[in-house]
Ligand binder design. Structure first.
Ligand SMILES: Cc1cc2nc3c(=O)[nH]c(=O)nc-3n(C[C@H](O)[C@H](O)[C@H](O)COP(=O)(O)OP(=O)(O)OC[C@H]3O[C@@H](n4cnc5c(N)ncnc54)[C@H](O)[C@@H]3O)c2cc1C
Length: 520
């Protein structure tokens, strides 16, 4: 057998399609395909048994595909550098191949250690871009062009693999093996490349037609959103493949239209909105790549100290516990929290509302709620998650301070009360007209529908109008300071989108652009 052995390290790229490290390594010689369960990473607060289930499903799918190509997946457990060291004693590999990763501080530090280990042992480590994020980006100007160029590059085809026999694999680890407390997410999405492809195909050909009008409601968003996020997060499908399939679908629809077929025009707007969001995916991750500290600290440091003391005090603790339990007395907030605990997913609007509610109504610092909610999102993606949490908490400095009214969101996004009734059974028999503000129900209706406020369901933990006014005043006071504005300008230069808002995105304000204050 000719060619030196190459080691392909799979991390958050659990696929064989469009996997350039695998394709390039396989050209040079036999490959060992490695995935490592890392006690530090897989024991971190953001990683749960639900993530492990999804991960293992994805690893099984990857192993199947590798076997079809002639290889197989080697699973190991341990600190990366120690695993590499051990493996080197068993197999004399000459090169390490992987994708770049824009992840949490844990993965950043681990990658630096791997880099040092490779240098020390004279092993070249070749990393390829995995998405539109640019490493060592000098300026945000022209970023959109980089993104376009990246997604237009041809995808790497799955290669024929020359595997190596006899490399020991530890097998799939269980939650007990990793000391993970059991979490039950019966309605979570299933992992793997096949599921990723099926999910995307059904969105692009059936489910996505009303994406634009359905995405903001947790009722219609369940089917109407793409649900591609965990597959992107675990890399079961590449961002480039999603963008390519989207392009193909758009062309097919246009061709059908040109040929005189009846094409539902809603497709065009919906697919355009979907395409914008695939850019945002990388736009947000780029922020973490450029400034890893934003996982822990405010974009604009002038906001430091604004909420910390209150959040750490007894009232802050009480509010945080109520928020986590879904016992705030705000039905839409409570329904979302309880839903995400079981399903691992929420649509954008509801995530934004939860973050905004914790930051403004409850006056909690974003970090703790973000970590907690991140541990419940199957698609947890540090770059998007922490940037979004900061944006929805008013600490990014460059975005509109948008405070969501849970009652208004209930009326607009769950007008029949279907979502609230499903997730907050205490409110099941409450008439729909009272569902957004059950505390205002007359006592006799409370008794008639078996939901006495304060006994069966809590009264609102804070009063909306007062809490919102206080939060707005406090934030506005910091925003007025010269140092805040100076810092915010720097944040814009470093991280701000250079794209002008469309009328639609400015109205909806999901796209990060203009600063201001707004109620939603
Ligand atoms: C507080 C908060 C936390 C979030 N945390 C995460 C997270 O950990 N992981 C994650 O993938 N997304 C996160 N999002 C963004 C967004 O809510 C999810 O990507 C989306 O709900 C996932 O469902 P979907 O794949 O059906 O999305 P779709 O609406 O179908 O969108 C398709 C894809 O576009 C990207 N996307 C969509 N909206 C956004 C956005 N606003 N910002 C960046 N990318 C976007 C995602 O990759 C998504 O999978 C967060 C949003 C908020 C407000």
């Amino acid at each position: 057998m000719s060619g030196a052995v190459q080691l392909v390290w799979f991390k958050r790229d659990l696929r064989v399609e469009d996997h350039r490290p695998l394709t390039e390594a396989a050209r040079l010689g036999p490959v060992v395909c490695l995935y490592v369960y890392e006690p530090e990473l897989h024991g971190s607060v953001e990683f749960t048994a639900a993530h492990l289930v999804f991960l293992n499903e994805s690893l099984r799918s990857l192993d199947r595909s590798l076997r079809e190509l002639g290889g197989s997946l080697v699973l190991r457990r341990g600190k990366l550098t120690e695993v590499l060291h051990e493996l080197r004693r068993e197999v004399d590999f000459e090169g390490l191949w992987s994708h770049e990763e824009t992840g949490s501080d844990l993965t950043y530090r681990r990658d630096r250690e791997v880099g040092a280990w490779c240098r020390e042992h004279g092993i070249p480590w070749t990393e390829f871009r995995q998405d539109g994020v640019v490493r060592r980006l000098a300026s945000r100007n022209g970023w959109a062009r980089h993104w376009e160029e990246f997604v237009r590059e041809p995808a790497s085809p799955p290669p024929e693999i020359r595997g190596l026999n006899g490399v020991v694999s530890v097998g799939f680890l269980t939650p007990e093996d990793l000391d993970l407390p059991a979490t039950d997410k019966p309605d979570a999405q299933k992992g793997g490349q096949e599921e990723a492809r099926r999910t995307l195909a059904s969105f692009l050909t059936q489910r996505g037609v009303n994406y634009r009008s359905e995405m903001s409601s947790p009722v219609t968003g369940w089917n109407g959103c793409s649900r591609i996020s965990p597959y992107l997060s675990f890399g079961c499908i590449s961002l480039r493949t999603v963008v390519t399939k989207l392009g193909e679908r758009r062309l097919a629809l246009r061709a059908a239209q040109a040929a005189g077929a009846a094409v539902d025009r809603r497709w065009f707007g919906s697919l355009q909105s979907f395409g914008s969001r695939l850019r945002w995916h990388c736009h947000f991750m780029q922020k973490l790549e450029d400034e890893p500290r934003i996982e822990f600290t405010n974009f604009v440091r002038a906001y430091d100290g604004l909420r910390e003391e209150f959040a750490a005090g007894p009232e802050g603790r009480r509010r945080f516990e109520a928020w986590k339990e879904g016992h705030t007395g705000y039905p839409m907030v409570d329904a979302c929290i309880r839903c995400v605990k079981v399903t691992g997913w929420l649509n954008f609007r509801m995530r934004a509302m939860l973050a905004s509610f914790s930051a403004y109504h409850l006056w909690l610092h974003w970090r703790e709620p973000a970590v907690w909610l991140g541990s419940h999102f199957l698609d947890f993606e540090a770059g998007i998650h922490f940037s979004q949490f900061q944006m929805q908490s008013g600490t990014s400095g460059i975005n509109t301070v948008r405070i969501y009214s849970p009652a208004k969101q209930a009326l607009e996004q769950d007008p029949d009360g279907e979502f609230i009734r499903r997730w907050v059974p205490e409110l099941r028999d409450v008439p729909v007209s009272w569902l957004s503000k059950p505390e205002q129900m007359p006592e006799e209706i409370q008794s008639r529908c078996g939901c006495v406020i304060g006994r069966h369901y809590p009264a609102p933990i804070v009063e909306h109008a007062i809490a919102v006014k206080e939060a707005r005043d406090r934030i506005a006071a910091v925003r007025r300071k010269t140092e805040t504005r100076t810092e915010a300008k720097k944040v814009f230069v470093r991280h701000g989108s250079r794209k002008r808002p469309t009328k639609r995105s400015a109205a909806k304000n999901q796209q990060p652009t203009l600063p201001g204050l707004a109620l939603s």
